[in-house]
Design a protein around this ligand. Structure first.
Ligand SMILES: Nc1nc2c(ncn2[C@@H]2O[C@H](COP(=O)(O)OP(=O)(O)OP(=O)(O)O)[C@@H](O)[C@H]2O)c(=O)[nH]1
Ligand SMILES: [Mg+2]
Length: 289
């Protein structure tokens, strides 16, 4: 439950911007000065071998810098979320793809009553200067599967520009930042690029009111993407299936989650029908739009 109605009390919510960054020094020089003045900016470094940390400090002396505990963007975000002291969490990539001028749009959606303001490149007003036709198709398929399996109405499941109320964090039950790295080098589930999917599935499964906010994804300014379209796409597919299974288990037995085999996922995905815009029980169509 939200503790304070910020609109009616005319209280400004405290905003915490969480920035996962791995070798983004040159981009941080450009994006940090563009950020609005907020309660807290947290940069989560992923063992960068460039000047990411020094550049962040130079460009924004008040920035909070933390080092992630394992590998992957998901673990970086979980570490950043754990350091949040504000009321609203804004997830913000460091590669220059997120437009800081859109932050008020996300905050307004939350102040207007949403639990989650979900950025979308594919709803009216959204767009992408970056996405390839192949990735767009993959996104479409993964989005469709999620909407069918979870009864959501997402248009952009895998987009990383989102905001939500910080009080929702415990509900998300993200992998503990204190877990040790796996001995075989594999990532814990939720630590990788599937994090956006994990979050979006859990927002929906928890019955939160999700409002999509049109967002235009810009081109990464410098450097190369850390994402691998095929392997990370498959990991997202596994995640959708695992989240659905997880949502059916009693809460007390939810962890640890066992990832499905490739065969199970493929079998499940071939059973899906064309879009079924069904609602999460108990939520109206507008709420799940
Ligand atoms: N701390 C940390 N940050 C990461 C890691 N992997 C990616 N990031 C950051 O997460 C953000 C998004 O990563 P990108 O490589 O741009 O991937 P993406 O935006 O999902 O995919 P593209 O569409 O290809 O740009 C960037 O700010 C990266 O620096 C990681 O392992 N640790
Ligand atoms: Mg990017």
């Amino acid at each position: 439950m939200r503790a304070v109605n910020y609109r009616s009390k005319k209280l400004p919510p405290r905003i915490s911007i969480v920035i996962p960054a791995r070798n983004e020094a040159r981009n941080l020089e450009i994006i940090l000065p563009e950020l609005p003045l907020v309660h807290q900016v947290i940069l989560v470094d992923g063992d960068s071998v460039d000047d990411t940390i020094d550049t962040a400090r130079r460009m924004m002396p008040g920035i909070e810098i933390i080092r992630q505990t394992r590998k992957g963007k998901g673990n970086a975000l979980a570490c950043g979320f754990a350091a949040v002291t504000g009321d609203i969490v804004v997830m913000f990539d460091a590669d220059g793809s997120a437009d800081a001028a859109e932050i008020p749009r996300f905050v307004d959606a939350l102040l207007d009553g949403a639990d989650v303001a979900k950025g979308s490149r594919f709803c009216p007003g959204g767009g992408s200067e970056d996405i390839t036709a192949f990735r767009r198709l993959g996104n479409y398929g993964l989005n469709l599967i999620t909407n069918v399996l979870l009864g959501t109405r997402y248009t952009d499941l895998c987009y990383g520009y989102n905001a939500f109320w910080a009080h929702a964090l415990p509900e998300l039950e993200l992998p503990s930042t204190a877990l040790a790295r796996r001995a075989d080098g594999r990532m814990h589930w939720g630590d990788g690029f599937e994090i956006e999917t994990v979050l979006n599935c859990r927002f929906a499964i928890a019955g939160m009111k999700i409002v999509e906010v049109p967002s235009v994804e810009r081109l990464r300014i410098h450097g190369e993407s850390n994402l691998h379209a095929i392997s990370d796409g498959f990991r997202v597919l596994k995640t959708i299936w695992a989240e659905r299974q997880r949502s059916r288990r009693p809460r007390i037995n939810r962890e640890p989650v066992v990832l499905p085999t490739r065969q199970q996922v493929v079998a499940a995905s071939t059973r899906t029908q064309p879009v079924l815009l069904i609602d999460v029980p108990g939520r109206s169509a507008e709420e799940s739009a």
